[in-house]
Design a protein around this ligand. Sequence first.
Ligand code: PAF
Length: 282
Amino acid sequence: MVAVDRTVSGLRGRMRDWRTAGETVGLVPTMGALHEGHMTLVRAARAEYDRVVVSIFVNPAQFGPREDFDSYPRQEARDLAMLAEAGVESAFMPGVAEMYPDGFSTAVTVSGLTECLCGRGRPVHFRGVATVVTKLLLQCLPDAAFFGEKDFQQLQVIRRLAGDLDIPVAIRGVATVRETDGVALSSRNAYLTPDQRACAPAMIAALRHVAARIGEGAPASEACAEGRGMLEQAGFDPVDYLEVREEESLALVEGQPAPSRSARAFAAAFLGETRLIDNWPL
Ligand code: PAF
């Protein structure tokens, strides 16, 4: 049985009880529509911490005006059943008015990391993510919070804000979970038609191609142009970006990556109305 808190005071009371009993806590922030990728985060948290809290909140502040906030999948009963099955003790499921009461007027912006990649075409997205994650970290104050590497830019933004704001929570990245054909798990995969789903593996193929060509000595810009061609040929339209960037600073790499700095290939592209993103380490 998962205990559900819908208010910050309820969550804080539960945290106080656990802390008094000397227990450690891992937080897994989600927007629900849970899948195996989320459950991998839950298992990672369970393996290290006495208690796990999963937050489920579809955060309006991170959706642009023409994005899918209204249609974003919401399946509370199914999510809670999955959490119960995984032995999760607590779900934090606040409503919009609890998170953003009347008069709410504060935003967290992380400059430098948020203007590129997914921030370029979605100007409000990372401000919304940074604001809600800051709130969730401070509301719960867990020992650690777990995020998937599929949203690698988001993970780096959250690492930066936690460091900059001295929030005493370890930010943990967990490797992307993939289908057998390599497609990264995402709640948005549910939007794909069978034909679109058949095209989706081209994204990881293009990213792996970029990594392989750079490994052979090709400049990143050339490898990315080839990878972009692969995406377009597979039916992705438009391709939002296919770029190589340094992991920590997200600085663009056009030639060969500096050996001392880890880099990744990042892609975002549309199949019909559905925007897929993925990344692959070099
Ligand atoms: O990755 C997500 O599901 C969301 O962006 C997050 C981190 C839960 C914030 O709403």
